[in-house]
Ligand binder design. Sequence first.
Ligand SMILES: Cc1cc2nc3c(=O)[nH]c(=O)nc-3n(C[C@H](O)[C@H](O)[C@H](O)COP(=O)(O)OP(=O)(O)OC[C@H]3O[C@@H](n4cnc5c(N)ncnc54)[C@H](O)[C@@H]3O)c2cc1C
Length: 265
Amino acid sequence: MADRVDVAIIGGGIVGLATAHLLLEARPDISVTVLEKEPELAAHQSGHNSGVIHAGLYYAPGSLKATLCREGKAKLERFAGEHGIPFRHPGKLVIALSDSERPRLEALCERATANGVEGLEILGPERMRELEPHAAGVQALWSPKTGIIDFRTVALAYAVSGANPLVGSDLILAVAAALAIPALLFLPSIPFGSGAFGIGDVKLLVGIGLLVGGSRALGSVVFALAVSGVVLILLLAARRIGRRTYVPFGPFFIIGALWVVLLRG
Ligand SMILES: Cc1cc2nc3c(=O)[nH]c(=O)nc-3n(C[C@H](O)[C@H](O)[C@H](O)COP(=O)(O)OP(=O)(O)OC[C@H]3O[C@@H](n4cnc5c(N)ncnc54)[C@H](O)[C@@H]3O)c2cc1C
């Protein structure tokens, strides 16, 4: 572990790991360490819960809990899709066991509808038993979009994606930047015949992106361009090169990559 970190998070359950994941997504330049007292992550509640992706039936409409539940479900399912984590929507039945419980069930349906929960239906006993043969009651609220997922797998994916920039959209950004930047920079160099960007530079930039992630790779390119700009101006001013002299940019990208890896961590 590093001697010094920018942020330390205590507890490697899903809350700590999700916090670390989002922090690193927002600020890839900082170092974050999660401190866990157990020998493995998600060893407590997060690894032993019921695995339900709640649709947001119960919370007061307009409340922060209702909003976070709805937004959290969408984000969780998107994250799971991007990282190949299996999840399903087997749905959920909330059952009124007797006539006296019907008004509460109907009030729950109104509340869930106000929360924007999709596909809700009030079911009679027959349809209820078709969906779940072991269910018994007089009426049910059916929430088809309630899901299930293994939260331990989710927590471990947060841990890996925080430490490794080679997953998700960062990789796409890295490759896109590696292809687009040399192509764009090649254009202004045409009139001067200098500043050649070759396929080697593209490969180098892809490599940097794979190692450090897209946003850091962009940082290293900006740094490399600044250094190369200063060096070129100095060389031109000293008349050591002319406007049409061939200048390879690869070494500057290597300096940028070293800067981002060694100094920014
Ligand atoms: C029975 C049950 C069923 C549930 N079912 C669902 C469900 O279906 N769907 C749902 O969304 N939510 C469900 N929940 C809620 C959900 O599991 C919790 O909200 C969530 O797991 C909390 O995550 P956490 O990271 O805060 O806690 P934890 O997963 O408990 O993680 C806390 C971590 O901190 C570590 N720690 C504690 N003290 C220290 C210390 N001093 N130093 C270092 N490390 C420390 C612990 O070892 C632990 O790993 C359920 C909860 C329970 C109890």
